[in-house]
Design a protein around this ligand. Structure first.
Ligand code: GLA
Length: 338
C-alpha cells in the first residue's frame, strides 16, 4: 500500500571465526553488531529514491532497472540489485543513515541490501530474504560472495553469536559470556583487489571440491592428496577452518575463552599461509593486538586483503582500540499508517 511510513533497520556483522567457508558448504561463527543501517520513508511511485547522510549524491533507481552494475552513484548499485531481484510493485522515497563503516569488512553492503528489501515490503521467510540480498550483492558488485553476511544481518540475536552451517543453512545461537570484549579494529588498509582475488579463491575451492568432493567433516590429510600445491593449501584451510569453528563454538559454550582465542589465532595463520588473503598490515595489527595483556585472540575478519581485524579480550584489555561491538538483534521493519 502506498503512503505508509516505513522504518527498516539491518545490522552489520563481524565474523568471529570461519572465513572463506560459506561458499564451501562449511561453518562459521559470526554475530550481528550494534552498528546498523536504517532506511526510513514512504512507499509509492515508480522509483526508489534514497538520500544518504554519508553520500553526496542520492540513489534514484527505476523499478524496471535492468543492470545494477551500470547504475550511478556506486552505492546505488546495491539498491538497484535489490530492486532487480525483488521487483517490488511500488517505489520508495526516503533516507538512509548508517553507522556501519563502508569498505571495512563489516558488511555495510549486506546491511543496506537487507534494510532496503524490508523497506520495499519484502514478504517471505528469512532464508529467502538472505538469498535475495545475496543475489543483489553479486549483481551489484560482480563478486561471487557467499550468504554469511546477509544471513547474519537478518538472523542476529542480542547477546549471541550464530553458528551457521552453510551445507544445510541451519543456524544455532550460542550465548556469549558477559565477561568478554569483542573489538573490531580497522587496519587502515582499504580492501584492494577484494573482488577479483575473492573470485580467484572461490574458484580454487570449487576446483578442490570437484576433485575431492565436499570438504566438510574430512580429515585434514585428505587435502594432501591433491596434486596442485595451491589447491592443497586452499583445501587445508577450509578443512581446518571448519574444525576450528566447531572447537571454537564448544570453547565459547564452556566459557573457555583462552582456548577460543587461541583458535582465532590459528585461523589467522591459516588465512595468511594457506588461503593467502592476509596482508603484512593485517598481520602486524594482529601481532600488536595479541601483545597486549588480556588479549586472548585476534584475526582478520571477512574476506581479507585489508579491512578489519577482530579481537577477543578480557574486560578493559582492548580499551582505546577500534569499535567495541556487541551482538545485536537481526533486521526489523515497522510500518505505520497508510
Ligand atoms: C565476504 C563474503 C562472505 C564470506 C566472507 C569470507 O564477507 O561476502 O560471503 O565469504 O567474505 O568469509
Amino acid at each position: 500500500m502506498s503512503g505508509q511510513r516505513v522504518r527498516a533497520r539491518a545490522p552489520g556483522r563481524v565474523n568471529l571465526i570461519g572465513d572463506h567457508t560459506d561458499y564451501a558448504g562449511g561453518l562459521a561463527v559470526p554475530m550481528a553488531i550494534d552498528l546498523e543501517t536504517v532506511v526510513t520513508g514512504t512507499r509509492g511511485g515508480g522509483r526508489v529514491h534514497l538520500r544518504s547522510a554519508n553520500e553526496p549524491l542520492p540513489a534514484d533507481v527505476p523499478l524496471e532497472v535492468a543492470d545494477p552494475v551500470a547504475v550511478d552513484p556506486p552505492w546505488a548499485r546495491y539498491l538497484a540489485g535489490v530492486v532487480a531481484e525483488m521487483r517490488p510493485p511500488l517505489g520508495f522515497t526516503g533516507e538512509v543513515s548508517s553507522t556501519v563503516p563502508v569498505g571495512s569488512g563489516l558488511s555495510s553492503s549486506a546491511a543496506l541490501e537487507v534494510s532496503v528489501a524490508l523497506a520495499l515490503g519484502y514478504e517471505g521467510d528469512p532464508l529467502g530474504l538472505a538469498r535475495l540480498c545475496q543475489r543483489a550483492e553479486q549483481r551489484a558488485s560482480g563478486v561471487p560472495s557467499g550468504i554469511m553476511d546477509q544471513l547474519t544481518s537478518i538472523l542476529g540475536r542480542a547477546g549471541h553469536a550464530l553458528v551457521i552451517d552453510f551445507a544445510t543453512l541451519t543456524v544455532t545461537e550460542i550465548g556469549l559470556p558477559p565477561d568478554i570484549e569483542i573489538v573490531v579494529v580497522h587496519s587502515g588498509q582499504p580492501r584492494a583487489l577484494a573482488g577479483s582475488a575473492y573470485a580467484d579463491r572461490r574458484r580454487d575451492v570449487e576446483r578442490a571440491i570437484a576433485e575431492l568432493g565436499p570438504l566438510r567433516d574430512r580429515p585434514a590429510s585428505d587435502a594432501d592428496t591433491l596434486t596442485d600445491p595451491v589447491l592443497r593449501r586452499r583445501a587445508r584451510h577450509v578443512i581446518g577452518e571448519n574444525a576450528r569453528v566447531l572447537d571454537f563454538a564448544g570453547a565459547l559454550a564452556r566459557g573457555e575463552l583462552r582456548e577460543a582465542g587461541a583458535l582465532m589465532v590459528e585461523s589467522h595463520r591459516s588465512l595468511r599461509d594457506d588461503f593467502e588473503v592476509s596482508t603484512p598490515v593485517l598481520d602486524e595489527l594482529v601481532a600488536r593486538l595479541l601483545a597486549a595483556p588480556g588479549v586472548l585472540g585476534a584475526r582478520l575478519t571477512g574476506a581479507g586483503f585489508g579491512g578489519c581485524v577482530v579481537a577477543l579480550g578480557e574486560p578493559g584489555a582492548l580499551a582505546g582500540e577500534g569499535w567495541h561491538v556487541h551482538a545485536s538483534d537481526g533486521a526489523t521493519v515497522t510500518v505505520e499508517g497508510g
